[in-house]
Structures are given as structure tokens and as C-alpha cells.
Write a new protein. Structure first.
Length: 169
């Protein structure tokens, strides 16, 4: 009797810690690209139409199906979400897909990451950070837009970004 009571308490504790994850919940997916993007749905009929720099709510099941089928907008350049154009704004789904783990976040370019890169002390470190973090066309356009939005004023670094991306501010 005492054992079953302890087992029930342990099971109840585990149930409280685990959130109710449903595959039909809609989760936010954000686009980095300043142009509309889209993909054919995998789990139902129709298309996913993502506006420029927009957010669309898609079922968790569809997001997982898109990533597992190799949609580079979600799975990125390496299949693990690095340098993807779309960002899954749901920690459970990112971890479930293997895009990030406890010690390793997904490699996705954000305004905050651009600030950190521009804070690099030397030009050499800065250029390496740009080459490591800005790979795709969408990231290059996002970088140049971020420079303007953040009012960054460092001629040598901006000149390198202009040459590297092939885009002007």
C-alpha cells in the first residue's frame, strides 16, 4: 500500500512538470526574409503563405512534418535549423526536432545577435563572426536592414558587411 501511494505521488509530480503538448496546437513561426515565402502543406491541403518578416501560426504537426521532410526554410543549411529562414518560436518543438539542446541554442540570426557581433573588439573577430553567422541570402539582407535599424555607425565594419553581402544600406 505504501509503495503504491509513493508511486502515485511520483507519477502526479511528473505529470505536473510535463506540459500538455498537443500536435494540433498552433505555434508561431517567424520569417527572417524581407520577401514573402511559402511552402506546400504536408499534413493537409493548401499552402503556407508567410508574409515578409511575418509571423504565421501553424500546427505543431505541420511544422514537424515540414522540418522532417527537409524544407530548408525550417531545417536550414544543415538539417538542424542552422541559418534557417523561418524560426519556430516554440521551445518544445525546436528541441523535439533536435534544432537546439540545453547547452546549444539554434543558430538563427536576430537583432540581438547582430548587436553582439558588432560589439566584437577587433575587426578580425568581427569578420569571422559575420562569416559564421551570416550565410544565406535572407540573413545577408536581414543583416543590412539591422545595421540601419540599430543605427550602427562603424565605417570599417559596415564596409565589410556591404562587400560581404553584396547589398547596400
Amino acid at each position: 500500500m505504501a509503495e503504491s501511494t509513493q508511486e502515485n505521488k511520483a507519477e502526479t509530480t511528473r505529470a505536473k512538470k510535463q506540459p500538455d503538448i498537443r500536435m494540433d496546437d498552433k505555434i508561431p513561426v517567424k520569417s527572417l526574409a524581407p520577401w514573402p515565402t511559402g511552402a506546400a502543406r504536408k499534413t493537409s491541403m493548401g499552402d503556407i503563405n508567410m508574409p515578409a518578416k511575418g509571423i504565421v501560426y501553424i500546427t505543431r504537426e505541420e511544422v514537424i512534418a515540414q522540418a522532417q521532410s527537409g524544407n530548408r526554410l525550417l531545417s536550414g543549411t544543415d538539417g538542424y535549423g542552422s541559418h534557417s529562414t523561418w524560426y519556430i518560436d516554440d521551445e518544445y518543438t525546436r528541441k523535439d526536432l533536435g534544432f537546439e539542446s540545453a547547452g546549444k541554442p539554434q543558430k538563427f540570426l536576430t537583432m540581438d545577435k547582430v548587436k553582439v557581433i558588432f560589439a566584437e573588439s577587433t575587426q578580425t573577430k568581427f569578420e569571422k563572426a559575420i562569416r559564421d553567422n551570416v550565410v544565406t541570402r535572407a540573413e545577408k539582407v536581414f543583416l543590412m536592414d539591422s545595421i540601419k535599424t540599430l543605427n550602427i555607425n562603424d565605417y570599417a565594419k559596415i564596409k565589410f558587411c556591404t562587400d560581404y553581402t553584396g547589398n547596400k544600406i
